[in-house]
Design a protein around this ligand. Sequence first.
Ligand code: ADP
Length: 874
Amino acid sequence: MMLLGPAVPLLLLCAAAIWYQWRSNVEFVHDALMDSANVIAFALDRDAERSKAILETLAASQLIDARDWRAFHKLASAAVSREQGFIALTEPSGAQPVRTMIPYGDSPPVNPIALGAAAADIEWNGRRLPLSSQGLAKRVFETGKIANSGVYYGVSVKKPVVSIGVPVVRDGKVVYVLILGYPADHLVSLVASAAQPQARVTIIDSDGRIVARNINPGEGIGVRVNDQTLAVIRENEKGTREGRNLNGEETVGAFRRMQLTDWTVYASIPKTIAYARARDAVTIWVTISLLVFGAGLVATRRLWGEVAPPLVALGHSAQAIQRGEALRLPRTRIVEINELTRLLTEAASWEKREREEIVKRVAAEESERATRDLMGQLVLSESRFRTLFEQSGVGIASVDLDTNRFVLVNRRMCEITGYTAEELLQRTFFDITHPADLDKDSRAMMALAAGCEAYETEKRYIRKDGSMRWVELHVRRFPAAGEGSNVSFAAVIDVTSRKQAEFALKQADQRKDEFLATLAHELRNPLAPIRNGLEIIRQRADDTAQVTEVRAMMERQVKHIVRLVDDLLDVSRISTGRIQLRKAAVDVREIARSAMEGWRPALARDGHDGVLTLDSHALMVDGDAARLRQIVDNLLDNAIKYSDRPGRVELSAARRGGRVVICVTDSGIGIPRDQLRSIFELFSQVRDGAQAGGLGIGLHLVRKLVELHGGSVRVESEGAGAGSRFTVELPLMQSQKAPAAAAPRAIPAAGRLGILIVDDNADAANSLAMLVEAFGHDVTTAFSGEEALAKAAACPPSVVLLDLGMPGMDGYAVARKMREMPSLAEVCIVAVSGWGQAEDRERTAQAGFSEHLVKPVDPAELEHLIASLSHERV
Ligand code: ADP
């Protein structure tokens, strides 16, 4: 079937050629027949024209007008003799005065008009023929035009004839009809001479009768053609057709109606003859076509055998190209297929290139998109880290390990070093490192450059303004060793404050150690004379003068110790903010005067000149008189202590603007300039001055107390040996209150009281008992809480001097128990304790104590307290 596919067009081509051959041959036959019919019709028309011309010439003859029928008979006979026809002159009545077929004067055998009207016919040679010219004369009379007849039986000539009639017109009126008739045989010869050899030519009248024919004319004349033929020739002027002749033979014919007559020339030829040539041509063409087709089939089959496999292979190759697989291309002898193969190979390589291009393009686009995404993430990440980097509270710096230059610094790093980023990037890290740290730092950096991953250190930077900063460095090589670039990243933390705090702590610690050593020294100092004094009293008790002197010395030493302890407690209170000033309007002049008086003995003893200069007006301040006295005492004590003998100590108090200025000036050892600021620090002592004694808390206390009063203190000294001047400035009181009257401490009249002294320290208890007994009271001692309760219950005292810190039942518990005992409900319980803080006092008050005395108890204060109690009881 595949092979027939391409053969179909060839088959169609062959069929078309054969069809064309057949049609051309048939048309040729038709044309030839038509030509025959035309030629014969033309010849017959010429003959009829001639007849018409003869008749019209005769019709014009004057012989007719003259009705010279004889002469006209003669003329007419002469006109048709050559034509073997006859002429008859017919009158409207049908009478024929002239008839050339019979001699003039013979009676005519028939009246043609009458015969026409009768439509009579006659049997002739086995066929029936009309007897007249079928009303020819009548028709011409009626129409006035030339007309012809069909074939009819000529009565005069006794054979089939045909005739043609023309009107004889006189004065516009048809007066006669001239008829020319002639035997049908005459036409047969004409037809026979003009017809083609094999053609059968038939002249058919309008009635369908055969007028003449070339083949067997005698048998045909007057016979009627079949109805189909008659119908065709009546409807058409001319044409070709296939049909059957009177013998039933199949024929091919062409017909043509004549111009002058209404006869039709019908030329036909038997189909077998007519189409013989066409059949031959078709046969030849069919044969040739079959041969060509067969040869084509064979060739196609062979070609197919050669073409199909490579084509299939090419098809597979095309699919392989689509799939991007390797090609298996066929090799053939067919140039076109080889060309196709070559084109396919090119297409494959093009396709491959295209695929590779697409793959590359897609990969490039993918890569570009991925890069774009990555860049986006990178930018985001970079921005986050940039923000983190810049906003970090820790300095960050990157240093190129080859050049030691900064390559990256953040804002904090700039703040720490005081340089801008641009300035830092032009420097190496050595440029800003403290010279003392350079060695250590460069060693660490060299180790990092050599492969060490990280190190941590503390060092100092010299800032742009020359100041120094301590920093903690966390340095890491980036990236790790062996991974390319050679830089370090350092986190830089400013630890200056911590270092300063550490330094201060260290100094404070050092001062504390010095203080403890000094304290021990300071305590031993007064203890030594006290011990000596005791020994002197033991040995020389009888020597009153000496005992008095020794006692005075011992009192001074005890006072000194008490003051030391008081100062220490005050410092503690001030540093914890628990000191409270009992403020009142105080005249500083009074403070200065009494202080100077207090220190007169010491000045005199050391040979110093004591000078007091006071303002003539009152110098009122809103202050705590005791604390103000403490300030002045401290300054005078130092002035005396740090002055070489004999020296000069001046105390002045004056008004300056809105302030009261107190100055203590001495001509003593002076203070080195670099220590002028620090001597007010706690435990601060000028090294050289340490030998003079002291704990290094006096000036600290002075400054704090002055500040509590809203004032300030400063020191001036020209240096060692140049003396010192301490200046205290206090705000002058605006509205001067009346100075608190210094109530004289009148000791009330003493009554004898029963006093219970309780202390686990027997010496303390006994010495206090001796003191109180000396005041004139009855004393009982107890050395524990239980013992105290028992003795109090047994003999309720008026006053209980109760130690707080005792093993077992402490002072608080004892006081509470006593308060629960009805007999002791009114007793005055006085706490005697080393603890004298505000909260201690508060606690004793809550426990039911009436008073609170701090050890060592001031004898005068104790005496005064007991005296006032006894006074209350009186
Ligand atoms: P202390 O005198 O108990 O050592 P201070 O706080 O009173 O403690 O004094 C601190 C230091 O100041 C003293 O150790 C001394 O070196 C120095 N100083 C104080 N006053 C004078 C002074 N008037 N002249 C010289 N040095 C003084």
